[in-house]
Write a protein of this length. Structure first.
Length: 248
């Protein structure tokens, strides 16, 4: 009995230590989320509780009632930085009939008649905005290309071919829906590098027009009509959001 109690106490201690480690920044980093409330974040006006803190994570149900921008913005204005973010997609109740088959150069594969290939897949959609703009977003979603691409840059018709290829993930490194993923995003000058779960998916994309400074944000996506999702919703959670400025 004594051995059993000791082993149980050990398991409890390990569990408590693991929980305590969440939202505690590693050396050199500052926590942007304290695990308790949304201090340091700007809630969309009129959100009505849809962005919230639940069991130590930022939880979103994709149903913000804000009449304008529904995205959750962080207060600090950042220049060059390393950002670490843990995220997970909670569920994928919406089937997206327009998921493109993306080639390594960032273009869309086409069928024998020259039309872009589209797949119907369960999907949720969110991301991390960089330097104050949704154009420069590091995507979170369920597409076969994987999370970590910069969709707003890749799909801009003015984007040069070499830049389009640079913002297209080199690998699909996402974990299954429901499991936690880890981003490390480095913005240095006009170059962005993205690592997902230890895999470098964007090895260094130089992006013309990337603002020199700006805030980061967690993206809202999706909506409902007559109680049904009409686009991929941001059914996501975030924790362990840390930043290390590089331009001090």
């Amino acid at each position: 009995m004594k051995t059993h109690l000791t082993f149980s106490a050990l398991l409890l201690s390990l569990a408590l230590n693991a929980a305590a480690a969440d939202n505690t920044p590693p050396p050199g980093f500052t926590a942007l989320f304290n695990g308790k409330d949304l201090t340091g974040w700007k809630l969309p006006e009129g959100d009505n509780g849809h962005w919230k803190v639940l069991d130590g994570v930022i939880d979103y149900d994709a149903l913000s009632e804000a009449p304008g921008d529904k995205t959750l913005w962080c207060d600090p204005d950042l220049g060059d930085f390393v950002l670490q973010v843990d995220w997970r997609i909670k569920e994928t109740p919406f089937t997206n009939a327009n998921v493109f088959y993306i080639l390594p150069d960032g273009t869309h594969a086409r069928d024998t008649q020259g039309k872009p290939l589209k797949l119907a897949l369960p999907d949720s959609d969110s991301g991390v905005f960089l330097r104050g703009s949704g154009t420069y977003q590091v995507n979170i979603w369920c597409w076969p290309i994987g999370s970590g691409e910069m969709y707003g840059v890749r799909t801009n018709p003015k984007t040069a071919p070499e830049v389009r290829a640079a913002v297209t993930p080199r690998a699909q490194a996402d974990k299954p829906v429901g499991q936690w993923n880890h981003f490390e995003i480095t913005a240095r000058g006009d170059t962005v590098t993205v690592t997902l779960n230890g895999v470098t998916v964007l090895p260094g994309a130089t992006i013309p027009g990337l603002p020199a400074r700006g805030r980061i944000a967690l993206q809202h996506h999706g909506g409902q009509k007559n109680g049904r999702w009409n686009s991929p919703p941001s059914l996501v959670q975030f924790k362990n959001i840390y930043v290390k400025p590089l331009d001090r």
